[in-house]
Design a protein around this ligand. Sequence first.
Ligand code: ADP
Ligand code: ADP
Length: 223
Amino acid sequence: DPVLELSGLEKVYKRGEPGEVAVLRGAGVTVGPGEVVALVAPSGAGKSTLLHIAGLLDTPDTGEVKIAGDRMDGLSDRKRTRVRRQQVGFVYQFHHLLPEFSALENIVLPQLADGVSRSKADARAQDLLARVGLSGRVDHRPSALSGGEQQRVAFCRALANGPKLLLADEPTGNLDPGTSDVVFDALMELVRETGMGALIATHNLELAARMDRTVRLEEGRIV
Ligand code: ADP
Ligand code: ADP
């Protein structure tokens, strides 16, 4: 099964009011296991709306959302939350690391919440941090990390529970080119190892060109 199937998505904000915007007008995209898809869209095109719908943080007016083959419409809020926590990882520009916890703990905590043992969770967090070049920052709190380092920790946290689907919005936006390559290579490696699928919004066309496929969101549709 594809890890993500969005079809016929329509979304209107402020329907019937002045300022009504039809953001999505039949958008659809499919992401297969082990596939990394770039989502390219001009600002205001509805990229965040699409990612929020894919991540079950928002619902479309019409259209279908399937994650790992299962339809998400009609699920109770509790079930949607469970799917989101267990199967979806998010990397957004405004990552909220827990300020009172270390880099390692920020990656360990979601695993503990998911029932993983402390030793396994620690080992996974150490492995993820090493992959993005942060082995030397394990015990740092977010305030003692640079913006780019915080973003890399947020990336590791998104992957902590081994999601089937990774959704990212400009995941390398605050990173310098060298670091951005390290994070991108780590992502591709994890995707190949685990069969996770990823939908990654970016304005960086060079980065998009290195992904498996690019889709473009224009006038509410994927072209
Ligand atoms: P992008 O991420 O591509 O910049 P968004 O999905 O954030 O686009 O927004 C697409 C359009 O929908 C924008 O014109 C935005 O102003 C509008 N929009 C987004 N969220 C809302 C909302 N909650 N209410 C009204 N309009 C919204
Ligand atoms: P938890 O309570 O375990 O953090 P949530 O169900 O609140 O889980 O969120 C699951 C994921 O969705 C987390 O990665 C969280 O950062 C992200 N998330 C939740 N709400 C939003 C939102 N409004 N915008 C962006 N990401 C969100």
